[in-house]
Design a protein around this ligand. Structure first.
Ligand code: ATP
Ligand code: MG
Length: 390
């Protein structure tokens, strides 16, 4: 069913942010017959390169925002650090999903934690640190812990592990005493995530639970189905993700990251108000991808439950792969042809001009008839690329 507000194919969809998430949104939108416009200051941004229109101004540039609005029938965002003020400006004139308020909650770890508590979703024991007094009042039970900046952290940046009070005070200084959240260091057994999409009509659909392996604070491997999460735990995670989307009045695609503790408890870690790296497998392993869900929620098209048709394993491809002899040696193209000789390998490169260690250059998803086979082929691909086994 569509209603009067539905934005149908043929219209232009706008995106704030031109990274790989925007690029994959553009691909999904274009496949469905939409035109696309991207606002990103980088003239060679991954999404700007493939969109019909690229507005290459800053996120708060009035003329840039006006141009994006003029082009676009509806606008979404691909990265959560787009200034809320820009989304407010856009939202006054065009449908914007997710909305500025929901994005603002996800931009601030302290507000995010408050939402978890409000929605009855368990989260890590934590304390907000914005003043010397709050620093002094931190309970011993939060140490050892991880001090995280409340805003602008990603891929493990803006985080310091602290063993005791002295280290905590030093770490807060190192983070320039910006508002932070201290979390107790938890004994993790697993990390999982859930991608949930909610429409303006309160339809809620989800992708299956994703099991994630991080290396150096960056996602390295995602396996779906999650091999080590029990059905009960998966149900709990899915229910929590749906509850959070509803509690936020969220419209769009939301990813909730969880920890599974060694005693089996589930704890929400953080949310991303957008498609997520751990959901990239859905392009190849699900009949509806997280990016198509983003198109559907933005345009008001119906949401149908995605069906995973193939067990999938995703490997992130970081810039390190281009420097097998070390960062100071010459750049080498990874052995794509060998990797693509394996069955069920789907290579996604984001069109970034230069590789740098730690930079997300692409990912590959292995799909197969069974989870064992997908894992086996992914391990072969990893070995060819010089990535560790998992
Ligand atoms: P991203 O946005 O890329 O997911 P981030 O920089 O926002 O990452 P977090 O997700 O908060 O950071 O943390 C990164 C990783 O650090 C987690 O995936 C987990 O492996 C570890 N970690 C974070 N918080 C804790 C905690 N309280 N206890 C134990 N490990 C943690
Ligand atoms: Mg995270």
């Amino acid at each position: 069913m569509t209603n009067a507000k539905t934005v149908l194919p043929g219209a232009t969809l706008g995106v704030m942010g031109g990274g790989q998430l925007g690029r994959m949104f553009v691909h999904a939108a274009q496949a469905m017959g939409y035109f696309t416009a991207v606002l990103d200051p980088d003239p060679a941004s991954p999404a700007g390169l493939v969109a019909h229109y690229h507005v290459d101004t800053g996120y708060l540039d009035e003329q840039g925002l006006a141009q994006l609005m003029q082009r676009s029938a509806a606008i979404t965002t691909e990265f959560e650090n787009v200034p809320a003020a820009a989304l407010v400006t856009l939202g006054a004139h065009r449908p914007v999903a997710p909305g500025a308020e929901a994005v603002a909650v996800c931009q601030d770890r302290a507000e995010e934690k408050a939402l978890f508590v409000r929605a009855g979703v368990p989260c890590a024991p934590h304390a907000r640190i914005e003043t010397e007094a709050e620093l002094a009042a931190v309970p011993d039970s939060l140490l050892p812990g991880i001090l995280k900046t409340a805003r602008l952290g990603y891929d493990g940046k803006g985080q310091v592990r602290v063993a005791d009070r002295a280290a905590l005070a030093a770490a807060w200084g190192q983070l320039k005493q910006v508002p932070c959240v201290l979390e107790a260091m938890l004994p993790l057994a697993l990390e999982i995530s859930v991608v949930v999409a909610r429409s303006a009509f309160d339809e809620v659909v989800q992708l299956p639970v994703q099991q994630n392996l991080h290396r150096d604070g960056i996602l390295a491997v995602t396996q779906v189905p999650a091999p080590d999460a029990s059905p009960a735990l998966q149900q709990q995670a899915s229910d929590c993700a749906a509850a959070l989307a509803r509690a936020l009045g969220y419209v769009g695609v939301l990813c909730v990251e969880f920890f599974v503790l060694q005693d089996g408890r589930l704890v929400a870690n953080e949310m991303a108000p957008r498609p997520h790296n751990s959901g990239h497998w859905s392009i190849d392993g699900s009949d509806v991808s997280q990016f198509e869900l983003q198109v559907r929620t933005l345009t008001g098209l119906p949401l149908v439950a995605p069906r995973q048709h193939s067990p999938s394993v995703m490997l992130n491809l970081l810039g390190d792969l281009w420097f097998p002899q070390g960062a100071s040696a010459a750049e080498v193209t990874p052995p794509w042809a060998k990797v693509l000789a394996l069955p069920g390998v789907h290579l996604h490169l984001y069109g970034k001009a230069s590789a740098r260690p730690g930079r997300k250059m692409g990912h590959l998803t292995v799909t197969a008839a069974s989870a064992a086979e997908a894992r086996d082929v992914a391990l072969q691909a990893a070995a060819l690329l010089g990535l560790p086994a998992f």
